[in-house]
Ligand binder design. Structure first.
Ligand code: AMP
Ligand code: GLY
Length: 420
């Protein structure tokens, strides 16, 4: 079958790399893709947020399966447009994507299904939000309701920061995303992510991971989209994983189905774990980046089978074959990221790197020009390795990244520290 992946980051490169290995995949396309993805798929200049353009491309190229990578097209209803056109699609509907696109919606679902999460208030007005915040006291968490590219959350350790964040959000710092604000109880513990496929009824766990959100070593510096990740997450023990599944994920899936808006795709749940209790921090409706890179190198070609089962409503009998392995992914970012950074700098040393099922350099923000690889984004590469244990995966990823020559880039030297 011919397959199209929407997106052009490291997550989509990892998906493309895994899917291309499956014999069911004939031609693989990616819109818009990047220089790394171009090695395994044909990149096409289509806007993934333009549903009609995507449908037209699918008709032209006889595409029978579309995998939607990022949240933005999902929140806009691109998966609905594709399914209405009769195209098998992996990814939730616009309504089900509210689980990521609206924090207030997720809290309401948690209330309705009894999922364990932080207590909260939901506000459309700054004064009421401030009154509630003063009553609750700091530390407290202030969140813009809508999609804010990972920047709409302020964990306020004191009242002054909390009140300033409320003013910022209602003042328009996050545009419409901040027109409504959710204020949450501060939860302590260790964070981990859990990835679960659902066809709307059945669920299939796809693995756990932990990422490093801060830019610099020792979890210091500004928040980023993620500077590295590893899978599995040791804190997600069998018991905690089962508890998260039974008490949060499955009730959420049932509640979405009950409302007539079943969730079909990957539910990426962030949990705060303390004293054996996993409490939901947030949902995303797509794979994490760079968590996806660590998951895909572990799963390989079987990913296509389970994504197809998911989209076809056949997850009841689907299985994931797990090797007892570990993976770790290091993000190579442009100096200055997550702030301003230089573009079109040259990356050398990539050709000498072996790439295979135990080591792969996934591209996030690259372009090819005159035989050179240029950096075009903030997060540029994700060097991902697999090993029999986490230390082995870490050693192998760091050994590889040292061979890359990119003076305008930086990476953290301590990915995986918490688990080692
Ligand atoms: P979110 O975008 O909701 O994942 O929030 C970003 C980050 O803020 C999370 O990964 C947590 O580290 C932190 N965070 C969010 N909500 C809470 C909470 N209620 N208590 C403590 N930390 C939180
Ligand atoms: N690595 C965090 C995310 O993908 O949202």
């Amino acid at each position: 079958m011919n397959i199209l992946i929407l997106g052009g980051g490291g997550r989509e490169h990892a998906l493309a790399w895994a899917i291309a290995q499956n014999p069911k995949c004939d031609q693989l396309f990616c819109a818009p893709g990047n220089a790394g993805i171009a090695q395994v798929a044909e990149c096409v200049a289509i806007d993934p947020e333009d549903g009609d353009a995507v449908v037209a491309f699918c008709a032209d190229e006889s595409i029978s399966f579309v995998v939607v990578g990022p949240e933005a097209p999902l929140a806009l209803g691109v998966a609905d447009t594709l399914r209405s056109a009769g195209i098998l699609t992996f990814g939730p509907s616009r309504e089900a994507a509210q689980l990521e696109a609206s924090k207030a919606f997720t809290k309401e679902i948690c209330d309705a299904c009894g999922a364990d999460t932080a207590a909260y208030g939901h506000f459309t007005d700054a004064e009421a939000a401030k009154d509630y915040t003063r009553q609750q006291g700091a530390p407290i968490v202030i969140k813009a309701d809508g999609l804010a590219a990972g920047k709409g959350v302020v964990v306020a350790m004191d009242m002054e920061t909390a009140l300033a964040a409320i003013d910022d959000m209602f003042g328009g710092t996050f545009g419409v995303a901040g027109a409504e604000v959710v204020i949450e109880e501060f939860m302590e513990g260790e964070e981990a992510s859990f990835f679960v496929l659902s066809d709307g009824v059945n669920v299939l766990p796809m693995g756990t991971a932990q990422d490093h959100k801060r830019a610099f070593d020792g979890d210091k510096g500004p928040n980023t989209g993620g500077m590295g990740a590893y899978s599995p997450a040791p804190v997600m023990t069998k018991e905690i994983t089962q508890k998260a599944l039974n008490e949060t994920i499955i009730p959420t899936i049932k509640e979405m189905a009950k409302r007539g808006t079943p969730f079909q795709g990957v539910l990426y749940a962030g949990f705060m774990i303390k004293d054996g209790r996993p409490r939901l921090v947030e949902y995303n409706v797509r794979f994490g980046d760079p968590e996806c890179q660590a998951l895909m190198i572990r799963l390989g070609a079987q990913v296509l089978d389970v994504l197809l089962d998911c989209a076809e409503g056949n997850l009841a009998d689907a299985r994931v074959n797990w090797a007892d392995d570990h993976a770790l992914s290091i993000v190579y970012a442009a100096v200055g990221y997550p702030g301003a950074y230089e573009k079109s700098t040259e990356i050398a040393g990539l050709d000498g790197l072996s790439s295979g099922s135990s080591l792969h350099v996934f591209h996030a923000g690259t372009a090819a020009k005159d035989g050179k690889t240029l950096a075009t984004g903030g997060r540029v590469l994700a060097i991902t390795a697999r090993g029999n244990n986490l230390k082995q995966a870490q050693d192998s990823a760091y050994k590889a990244i040292e061979k890359i020559d990119w003076p305008e880039g930086f990476y953290r030297k301590d990915i995986g520290w918490r688990a080692l």
